[in-house]
Design a protein around this ligand. Structure first.
Ligand code: GAR
Length: 206
């Protein structure tokens, strides 16, 4: 059985989609052992408690980045996590933290990287006028929104879209893409050559 730790800062819909797929067996042979938020008011923490998962708030405000990261890493290591999933974790990780979990930290970003890294990627894409956008699940390295790409999903930007409708359609794809990426890295062989990720192939059954 593989163990997943979730880091989040807000609503937690990506976390909830992962939790649902773990419970239904779409992500087989895995369980979420800890959900950590750097914000006490994160909706994802409520959800974790409702689902009976261990939920921990480790406030980041006013702390030196690496000191905070050391507390988070200690909690993850106490739970022996195999994979750390950033699910709307709106805080940069220190290089020290990234080195503790080599090729074991995933992030989801609401654009087709390397386009539109950073905050409010959906709004950036909308304002830029792209005709296609989407989401990316990638390994975390020491640069922002940068590591090797595991899964991307593309969607068209419709003439009828506004920022809200576009973000909502991207989010639907995020909820599929994240579980696919977890399946590709958690229980199977994969290779990374340069920046290129080669997995064993996976489609969610629903
Ligand atoms: C998601 O859209 C995720 O891709 C984004 O934050 C949102 C969190 O929603 N993450 C980033 O922008 C990271 N750079 P959620 O809390 O409902 O999962």
């Amino acid at each position: 059985m593989k163990t997943i730790g979730i880091l989040l800062s807000g609503r937690g819909s990506n976390f909830e989609a992962i939790a649902k797929n773990v419970a239904s067996g779409e992500i087989p042979n895995a369980r979420i052992v800890i959900v950590i938020s750097n914000r006490a008011d994160a909706g994802g923490i409520e959800t974790a408690r409702r689902l009976g998962l261990e939920a921990l708030v480790i406030p980041s405000k006013g702390k030196v980045r690496e000191d905070h990261d050391r507390e988070v890493a200690a909690a993850l290591q106490r739970h022996n996590v195999d994979l750390v999933c950033l699910a709307g974790y709106m805080r940069l990780l220190s290089p020290w933290f990234v080195r503790q979990f080599p090729h074991r930290i995933l992030n989801i970003h609401p654009s087709l990287l390397p386009a539109f890294p950073g905050l409010e990627a959906q709004e950036q894409a909308f304002a830029y006028g792209v005709k296609v956008t989407g989401c990316t699940v990638h390994f975390v390295d020491e640069e922002l929104d940068h590591g090797p790409i595991i899964v991307q999903k593309a969607i068209p930007v419709l003439d009828t879209d506004d920022e809200k409708s576009l973000a909502a359609r991207i989010l639907e794809q995020e909820h599929i893409a994240y579980s696919e990426a977890i399946n590709l890295v958690l229980n199977r062989e994969f290779r990374i050559v340069g920046r290129r990720f080669f997995g064993a192939g996976n489609e969610l059954t629903k």
